[in-house]
Design a protein around this ligand. Structure first.
Ligand SMILES: [Zn+2]
Ligand SMILES: [Zn+2]
Length: 377
């Protein structure tokens, strides 16, 4: 009888609660004194040309493992206006409570949507999106700046020939007037190498955003290494709105799309080091000609290392090493082990193919190990 009651209680609970919602935790570590926050600063709802309700954007962010989002409905393009309220501040207002409940940081935004050129510009930390509804593009961006917003250029190569962006007089003018602060180097799954170059040269904030219109699950696959939601990594002093703003103002971001991280070396270097662990620095050699050393990848991202021949000390090792996410690889090195074990340290140099620190430059990584001979002389 007692068992029967327990079974009934169990079944009742299963039916009434079901499987709890599950959040993905994106395993990209904190660096230096910063938290590595996962953000998406570009998405749409039914309040512009999107197909979801604002609270759903917050729930998706929770499921997708994000810390921060901004809903950036178009200011000028409201194709659902016969069916949905056209108050441009509503999507933020509606999403606010759900964001608080789920501990997602919601930053108020809007997309100034002009013809191309001059293009589309997102505004973050805006107060009144309605006030951005100004015909002249320069005046609209100026109004965003008057509201102390952070402004960035969206999908800069979109609708340009071969998707190559062009830095026109308009960009030059708003840049000289300090009215543009960032640029999307990745939008949806398109990477704009030239935008990355400009971001570094002109000290613009690097953004990498989904620009999602449909439910994220229809567009992206978070289980996939290549088709996951594009993410802006924000290296912030705390998980707060003001710390995010401070991080953006000081250009502490990186792009994470496909299996790649793109950003400044000063952040990518410590990030790679936090992702990777050399299992043992002191290696007992295998035989007179070879030894093995192990590298563990603690992160979310599959790492691709390419042999860098800069300081080849009569040492042979594979031209390419892939370290899958969450795995350890054993790398064979070949050479005159007795001779190498006399040295203080042996350096094994790689280029990290998926950590991109400039337009055409990859992060370089040198592993230092000590070879220990167990052969008696
Ligand atoms: Zn756009
Ligand atoms: Zn958009």
């Amino acid at each position: 009888m007692r068992n029967k009651i327990l079974i009934i209680i169990f079944l009742y609970c299963t039916i009434s609660f079901g499987q709890p919602d599950v959040r993905k935790e994106i395993n990209i570590p904190d660096i230096l004194e910063y938290k590595t926050l996962k953000a998406d600063f570009h998405m749409h709802t039914v309040f512009s040309d999107g197909y979801v309700w604002p609270t759903v954007r917050v729930e998706e962010a929770w499921i997708d493992g994000l810390d921060v989002i901004s809903i950036t409905d178009h200011v000028e393009y409201l194709p659902h206006k016969n069916d949905v309220n056209t108050n441009r501040n509503r999507s933020y207002e509606i999403a606010t409570n759900r964001a608080k409940q789920l501990d997602i940081i919601l930053i108020k935004g809007g997309e100034i949507t002009k013809a191309i050129p001059p293009g589309h510009f997102n505004t973050l930390f805006i107060n009144d999106v309605e006030a951005l509804n100004i015909i002249d593009p320069y005046d609209a961006i100026k109004e965003a700046n008057n509201q102390n917003a952070i402004v960035f250029w969206n999908h800069p190569g979109w609708r340009e020939k071969d998707e190559i962006p062009i830095w026109r007089d308009f960009q030059e003018k708003i840049y000289n007037d300090k009215m543009i602060h960032g640029i999307e180097i990745v939008n949806v799954l398109t990477y704009y190498p030239l935008a990355f170059k400009w971001a570094l040269e002109k000290d613009l904030i690097i953004f990498c955003n989904s620009d999602v219109h449909s439910p994220t699950g229809l567009k992206y696959d978070n289980e996939s290494k290549m088709f996951h939601r594009p993410i802006t990594l924000v290296f912030a002093k705390a998980r707060t709105k003001s710390a995010i703003r401070e991080a953006l103002e000081n250009r502490r971001t990186a792009a994470y799309y496909e299996d790649k991280i793109l950003g400044k070396e000063q952040f990518l270097k410590p990030l790679f080091d936090e992702c990777i662990e050399v299992k043992k620095k002191n290696i007992i050699i295998n035989d007179e000609k070879s030894a093995f050393f192990q590298i563990r990848n603690k992160s979310e991202i599959d790492m691709t290392l390419i042999k860098n021949n800069i300081n080849n000390q009569n040492l042979e090792y594979p031209d390419e090493v892939i370290i899958p996410s969450g795995r350890t690889v054993m790398i064979k090195i070949k050479g005159e082990m007795k001779e190498l074990s006399q040295k203080e340290n042996v350096k094994i140099s790689f280029i990290v193919k998926n950590f991109i620190i400039a337009y055409d430059k990859y992060l370089e990584k040198e592993f230092e190990i000590k070879l220990i001979s167990n052969f008696s002389e």
